[in-house]
Design a protein around this ligand. Sequence first.
Ligand code: FAD
Length: 210
Amino acid sequence: MRGASSILERGRIAERWRSQRWDSLVANGPAWHDRFPGMEFPRTGPDDFASKEEVADHFVAYAKQINAPIRCGVEVKLGQRNVGRPGFRVETSDGVVEANSIVAATGPFQIPVIPLVVPGDAGMLQIHSSAYRNPEQLPKGAVLVVGAGSSGVQIADDSSALASASTFRWALTIARRGPIAGATSAGGWASSASGTPRPRDPAPNTSRSR
Ligand SMILES: Cc1cc2nc3c(=O)[nH]c(=O)nc-3n(C[C@H](O)[C@H](O)[C@H](O)COP(=O)(O)OP(=O)(O)OC[C@H]3O[C@@H](n4cnc5c(N)ncnc54)[C@H](O)[C@@H]3O)c2cc1C
């Protein structure tokens, strides 16, 4: 195909919001601000924060409104510059596409990085933010969230909610700026230590920023 533009999406529109983040994910910005031109979030007040499902629905509605040429369920496997003629040959899960140009918009931080800070035999569960869904998947005990970007702050809040509802779990959140040895800027990760809190342990929901 050449001449018309296509957007190839291996999943659904806004798939990351739909299925590849935690259950309680909300937009960072309030609905009055984080919306497409001329559109509203029907289920969220202007000063509230749209849920991940509503954000994804918003993208779907906007794509429909502007008649975006999106082909869902088509994964790009390989893109190669043509030899002896301009353009590219793109192999997809739905056949070959010829293109004059390729814009790679596959999203940031595709490969989780978990720095080797905690020894493998320490008995701690370590998961990357991309694998975190809700506090129920964590063993009882303290939760340490490393990284104070959008993901880290929301995950800390999520796990803190459970900690305050249970005497068997608590959460300590450390918000840290600057690189961690071995981590990339995408290296948001969470560690959960097994065990019950001791009297001298810090209080639940402690949050510190520096
Ligand atoms: C907690 C949190 C809150 C946020 N809040 C806001 C907010 O309020 N407002 C805001 O503007 N931004 C917000 N963001 C940021 C926003 O989510 C991202 O900036 C945005 O999703 C990036 O869009 P993207 O299209 O570049 O990448 P993605 O959203 O990652 O989309 C990339 C797409 O490419 C597809 N893809 C990947 N590989 C292939 C392949 N080989 N073939 C075909 N398709 C492929 C994926 O399925 C995916 O759908 C927030 C982020 C987080 C983590």
